[in-house]
Design a protein around this ligand. Sequence first.
Ligand code: FAD
Length: 282
Amino acid sequence: MNCNFFEKKSVWHGETEILANFPTAEKTYRLRFRAPELVSLMQPGQFVMLRLSDTNDPLLGRPLAAYQADADAGTIDVVYLAVGKMTERLSRLSAGTPLQVWGPLGNGFRLPHADHLIMIAGGIGQTPFYTLAEESLGLRTFSRKNVAARKVSLLLGAKNKNRLACLDDFRQLGVNVQIATDDGSEGVRGVATGLIASTIRESNLPEVVLACCGPRPMLLAAFDVAKSLGNIPCYVSLESPMACGLGVCFSCVVKYRDENGVADDVRTCTEGPVFDAYRLAW
Ligand SMILES: Cc1cc2nc3c(=O)[nH]c(=O)nc-3n(C[C@H](O)[C@H](O)[C@H](O)COP(=O)(O)OP(=O)(O)OC[C@H]3O[C@@H](n4cnc5c(N)ncnc54)[C@H](O)[C@@H]3O)c2cc1C
């Protein structure tokens, strides 16, 4: 089924099956499924909802960023941290298991021009950034005008080195990858937001844009740095829990200011998940 939901947006909903599902880091898994219609529609930063086909527990689907999209094979990869009911169950499923999928969802990244795009990720927050890096480095287009940057950096923060996932993928694209771990087992000891100022200084490129994804305290810290360095443009991709992903249930609303500074509820799933940090009513 391929149905038009909102204005110009197209969402594919269907049943597919798991092609591969394997660990990539501690409690972290990479799952591949085939959905050519979805691949042809998706843009960087969008997400999919996954639901297990053969059970009503959990009843609702769960949102995961579309990490990689292979246009030739018509496949999507998601990378997920096993944190609860759905993701724990998902981690035990093997190839051939049916899966319900709908997407692509959300608006993804619509960033202003950047000479240097700095992506800041905490936990499993690197997942919406791979396709953004592909596009920003001019390696790929996603049915829209390409916005190439001269440099793309990924500042990735994790608990320890065992939790680091997807690094080689980013390095192979040509992304400047910097790591911070809580225990100093890889990269610098500390948090990824502590690397922003030095990364900007070292590249010495005029127009910098920050794109952030991770736990709320990390997003707030990144936003504080953006403000302290002269109000650098800063965009955050929120991981608000949500039930439908389609704008119907309003379970994922956040307060967002309009052009006049008036805050109102917006849905992370349809108006987001990427928001201008300066307009979010934190
Ligand atoms: C747009 C979007 C993209 C996302 N992309 C990814 C991704 O690429 N990879 C990935 O691993 N995760 C991603 N997430 C988060 C992922 O959706 C949740 O981890 C997942 O829904 C948890 O489901 P569960 O049934 O396993 O856990 P549950 O049983 O529902 O919950 C387990 C625990 O996690 C907490 N929890 C649940 N959801 C969240 C959340 N969103 N943020 C913080 N705490 C939460 C609960 O309060 C509970 O303590 C994304 C979320 C959004 C909104």
